[in-house]
Design a protein around this ligand. Sequence first.
Ligand SMILES: Cc1ncc(COP(=O)(O)O)c(C=O)c1O
Length: 378
Amino acid sequence: MNPHVPFYGVSRFYTRNRSEILQAIDQALATEPVFQGSSVSRLEDLMRQWCRRKHAVALGSCTDALTFALTALQVGPSAEVLLPALTFPASIVPVLRVGATPVFVDVEPFTCLMDLERAQGLVTERTKALIGVDLFGQPISARRFADFAAAHRMFLIEDAAQAFGASSDGLPAGALGDASCLSFDPTKVIGVFGSGGMLLTDLDTLAEHARQLRNYGRESTTSSFQQPGYCSRLSSPLAAQLLVAVRHFPERQRQRERLAAFYHSHLGGVGDLQLPEIAPDTVGNWHKFVVRSGQRDALRVWLQRHGVETAVHYPHAACDEPMIQRLRLPPWAVACPHARALAASVLSLPLYPELADEEVAHIANATRRFFEKHEQTR
Ligand SMILES: Cc1ncc(COP(=O)(O)O)c(C=O)c1O
C-alpha cells in the first residue's frame, strides 16, 4: 500500500513538539500582556541579531512589512517598482496597495531569481524601488543587488519571506537593502500557527513608522494617533510559539539539507528532470525543493496516485494574475518568457524536516518509475 505523504509538515512539527509548544503558549498567556509582551521583544531581538540589523519590528504579516517599507520610503502613486516576474503574488500586493506601478523583470532560468541584466533595461526616471525576492529559499546576490540599487539611486527592499537562514556573499537573508521582510506563515522554515511577519531595517525613521502603523498609527510615547495605521501586531503567545521554532531551527535545517542531498543523489539524470541548484556564493535554506519537467502535469498526477502530494510554485507568472492584467501595463513591463516557461514546468516535491527517510525514498522511487515507464512507452 502507498503511504500518504502530505506536502506540508506543519501538523507533524506540532505533534512532535506538542508539550514544548503548549507550555510556551501557556506561559505567555499566563504571564504576559496579549500584545507587546516579552516574547515579542525577545523574538525581535533574536531576529535583529541574526539578520545583523539595527531594528526588527514584529508585525501581523510579511505583506504588511512590505507595505510599511514602501510607505515609509514614500513610494507612492507616481513611482514604478521593479519586481521579479516569478514570485508569490503577496510580493506585489503591497505595490498595488500604495498605488505604485509594478514593472515585471523576467527571471534567470537557472536560479529563477530576478535577472538584473533585464532590470537594467527597465529603469525609467520614475523607478523608485526594487523588491528583490529570495525565491524558494535561494537568496538574491547581496553584492550585485546592492550595487544595482546604488548605481540607479533606488530603494532596495528584500522580500526574504522564504529565506530565513539563507545567506549570500556572507550576508544573512534579512540583512540586505533599506528594509527586509520576513514571513512566519505556517509553511515557512520558522512558522507560526497563524500569521506573522517581521520588518528589519537599519533606518530609525522606517522602524518608527512601522511601529506606529502596526498599532493603528499610534505613537508609543505620547499615545497620540499620528496617521491612519493598521491592526498588524504579533501577539505574545504567537511570538512564544515562534521562539520554540527558532530553538529547533538549527537541527531542522540540517535535516532539510540532508533531504535535499538525498533528492539530488537519487534523482540526478532521471528523465528530463531538472533539479534545483544553488548559485555560487549563496547558501539556500531549502524552503522548497522545486524540480522542472516537460511532463510536469503527468508526473504530478502519477505522484498523487502513489500517495505523494506535490504543489506548483507558481502556476502563473506574477504578471499574468488577473489583478495585474486589469492594470493594462505596457508590453515592456510584462515581458517575461522565462517566468511563463517556468510556470508551465515547475513542481515542488515535499521537503520538511519531519519527512521520514522511507517517505523521501518512496517519493524518489515513484519519480524514477514514472520516467522509466514513460521511456518504455515512447
Ligand atoms: C515570497 C513571498 N512574499 C510574501 C509573502 C507574504 O507573506 P505573509 O503571508 O506573511 O504576508 C509570502 C508568503 O507566502 C511569500 O512567499
